[in-house]
Every structure is written in C-alpha cells, then in structure tokens.
Design a protein around this ligand. Structure first.
Ligand SMILES: NC(=O)c1ccc[n+]([C@@H]2O[C@H](COP(=O)([O-])OP(=O)(O)OC[C@H]3O[C@@H](n4cnc5c(N)ncnc54)[C@H](O)[C@@H]3O)[C@@H](O)[C@H]2O)c1
Length: 404
C-alpha cells in the first residue's frame, strides 16, 4: 500500500467527471492535515473556510482539522449541527448559508463538512446554494458516509409535508442538488469513536457494493473478490485492522465512483448499469426504515432501525426475490443472508406489516416513476439488474424471507 509523507498508508481514488473531477483520499490521521490537502486542491485564492461539524464528534477531531486549516492560511469558523434527520432541513441549510454570509465568504471559499451522511448532505446542500455554488470538502466520519454518502455529489434535505388528515410526514431527500465535492478525505481514525451499531450499518452498504462489484470492477484487478473481502472483515469489526479498513473503504469508493461516472445524474432507465443500480436493497429498505416499531434485536429501546440495518434486510429480501425470479441461485441467496448475519446485522425482523401494506409502501417510494416500481435484483453474485414492475409473488418472496 502506498504511504503518505508521514509513512502512513494512503489510498487515492479518482472520480472522473470532466470539469467536476475530484479525488477521494483514504488514510489514518488525515484530519490533522486537512489544510494541506484543501490548499493543494483549491489553490491560494480561498481565504475563509466554514467547518460544518457534527456536534457529537470528539472535540479534538474537529479542533485538529480547524488548526490544520489555520496553519494553511485559512480564516476558520465553525457551525455545529446536531445529526438528526429532523435537522437535515432547509432551515439548517439556510442557517449555514447565513453563517457564511456573516463571515463574508466568497465564491472560492469552501465548506468543510465533518460528520456522517446527515452533516455531509445538508452542508453540501448549503454549499450548492451559497453564491450559487461554493466548493465543498467532504470529511466523512461514519463508515456509511465514507463508502457512500460522501461521494457522488448528491446533497439535500428532508421536507416536512402536511397530510390530508392534519398530520405531517417527513419526506426524505425531497429537496437537494447535485453538487460534487472538490475533495473527499476519509480518515479511518474517526471510526474509533463510532458506535459499533453504526459501523455495522455502514458495512451493509459495503455488502451492497460487493453485490454489484463484478459489473463494475475490471476482472483480474483484485486478488480477492469484494464479497469475500467484506465478509472477512466481519469477524474483526470490533477491532478492525486499519490497513484492511483503508483498503476496503478505497475499494468501495472506487465501485461507487465507477457507477457515478457512468450516470452522474441518475438519468439512465436501462436495465443494465446506471446509477439506479446503487439502490439494490433500498426499495425494500425504504419501505421499513420509517416504521417506528422495528428494532434490530427485538429490544424496543433500539427502535427504529438504522438505514444500514434496513439495507441489510433489503439485501436479503432482494436476494430471495431474485431466487424466486430465477436470476440468483438459492445457494447464493443463502450466502447473502449469511453475510448480513456475519456482519451482526438483522437478517430477519419481527413486527413487519402484512405484505399488502408493504407493497403499498414500496409503491409510495420516490423510486417509483411514472407509476412503475423499479426494483434492483441480483443476477448471480456480483451482478444486478433493474426490473420494472416485477411480479407480486417475487416481491412477496422477498418480504417472506425477512419476516421473523
Ligand atoms: N448523499 C448520498 O449519496 C447519501 C448516500 C447514503 C446515505 N445518505 C444519507 O446519509 C444519512 C445517514 O448517514 P450516517 O449513517 O452517516 O448517519 P449520521 O450522519 O446520522 O451519523 C450517525 C450517528 O453517528 C454519529 N457520529 C458520526 N460520526 C461519528 C464518529 N466518528 N464518532 C462518534 N459518533 C459519530 C452522529 O452524530 C449520529 O448520531 C441519511 O440522511 C441518508 O439519507 C446520503
């Protein structure tokens, strides 16, 4: 593995998007040198930097990033954000913009997003709006954000929308913009303070990438199959080897990068390829992640499910739906269930509504376009395809496979 000037392992993944191309750098202790990396990326014209930081992060983490930016000549100010879905809002994005305006920040001055997917999405959204777009540097601190949310340029906020009965629904990611980061810095040292439940949830997205990797990676470029590499790490998740983690994150970033490069704005409706392939497991997951009664282990104090836990269940459901359709061997569907369980994620769940209600919830998901339900299903291990309006028994086979 290549080393940085301080003899620490470092991986670089390039995202090729013409004038919006950028690099994702993965290493350990990177936050202490954020300033150097940002300066090298943005040049000397940038004067101010606005850090948007998850308020529950260890203070020394954010302080070391701020100190590094100051050493590199930036005037630094910090906005704290409480990472809750209700704060992934237009209101919080506006608060960040107002902060930047009061600091008199200009077009070339960056937002430095330090946190998980919530902070990254809302800070990226603010950066896309302020002065019609300023640079954003994504510094993900959860595994999910490192392998998924920090790259690809999707930013956004949830919207609280009134229902006819006087209640309101929080509609996820309803507003937003495509705004590619200028740089991604994934520092695995952050994972030391991340609760194990969130680490496991991030591994669900790694498993999703493994299930599409053979469509994306050039054959012969890696010694180990990504599915194998992902399940190998499962056994040491409580004390993961840093080098192995850096390798895994970089490989996941590369898988996502290749998919995003092929369809930056998710416009492809082809059955093969396109950014929608990243929704493998997600149409099932979205139908259950907003249900407040579901717990990963039956303990009500652990309700509701985390996104990654719902994705793990979604992958098991998609695998068994595919087995019913005949695009995946039953043996491979069982291997996928085994991988989810080995990662410490639930592979079955008690308290699910009946299949009819679940089907209705899937049809309400935003991935339904022009009245058609688009489901991504595995076609052999490592490949996936879009299926429009799959037969109901196929979807039901998926739900039955995860019902405890
Ligand atoms: N933009 C995209 O492409 C994309 C992709 C996937 C998910 N997302 C979004 O990402 C969000 C979920 O992201 P997430 O799973 O990172 O959740 P999150 O941002 O809510 O972070 C999870 C929890 O971990 C805490 N935390 C974060 N880093 C920590 C650290 N290093 N140490 C200790 N605690 C830490 C946070 O305070 C929070 O409580 C969702 O809103 C989802 O919609 C976006």
């Amino acid at each position: 593995m290549p080393l940085d000037p301080h003899n620490k392992p470092l991986r670089r993944v390039r995202v090729e998007l013409g004038p919006r191309s950028y690099e994702a750098i993965v290493g350990s202790g990177l936050f202490a040198r954020v300033g150097e990396h940002v300066r090298a990326t943005l040049g000397s014209a940038s004067k101010h930097a606005a850090i948007v930081a998850d308020s529950s992060l260890p203070a020394e983490l954010v302080d070391s990033a701020g100190a590094s930016l100051r050493r590199s000549g930036f005037l630094v100010s910090t906005v704290q954000l409480d990472a809750a879905e209700r704060n992934k809002s237009v209101r919080e994005a506006e608060r960040i913009c107002t902060h930047m305006a009061s600091a008199r920040m200009e077009r070339q001055d960056p937002v430095i997003a330090i946190g998980g997917g919530i902070v990254g999405d809302v800070a990226g959204f603010a950066a896309s709006m302020y002065r019609r777009g300023v640079p954003v540097i994504q510094c993900p601190t959860t595994l999910l954000a490192m392998v998924d949310a920090s790259i690809g340029g999707k930013t956004g906020a949830n919207l609280e929308v009134p229902n006819a009965d006087g209640t309101t629904s929080l509609l996820k990611n309803l507003v937003g913009a495509f705004h590619q980061p200028s740089l991604v810095l994934a520092d695995v040292a952050c994972l030391g303070s991340l609760p194990i439940r969130h680490l496991r949830a991030g591994m669900a997205e790694c498993l999703k990438h493994a299930l599409i990797a053979r469509d994306v990676e050039q054959s012969g470029t890696h010694e180990t199959d990504l599915f194998q590499q992902t399940t190998d790490i499962a056994h040491s998740l409580t004390e993961p080897d840093k080098g192995a983690m850096i390798d895994l994150i970089a490989r996941n970033l590369a898988v996502k990068a290749r998919v995003v490069e092929s369809d930056e704005h998710e416009r492809s409706t082809a059955e093969v390829g396109g950014r929608a392939i990243l929704n493998l497991g997600h149409t099932f997951a979205h139908a259950i992640e907003t249900l407040s009664n579901l717990s990963p282990d039956g303990d009500p104090s652990n309700c509701p499910l985390h996104h990654g836990e719902a994705v793990g269940l979604g992958l098991v459901a998609a695998a068994h739906a595919a087995a019913k359709l005949g695009t995946l061997d039953q043996r491979d569907a069982s291997r996928i269930r085994g991988a989810v369980a080995a990662l410490g994620l639930p592979d079955r769940i008690a308290g699910l509504p009946d299949n009819q209600s679940l089907l209705a919830r899937m049809h309400h998901d935003k991935k339904v376009s022009a009245g058609r339900l688009r489901l991504i299903l595995p076609h052999g291990l490592g490949h996936a395809r879009s299926h429009f309006d799959p037969p109901v028994p196929v979807i039901e086979a998926g739900w039955n496979a995860v019902r405890a």
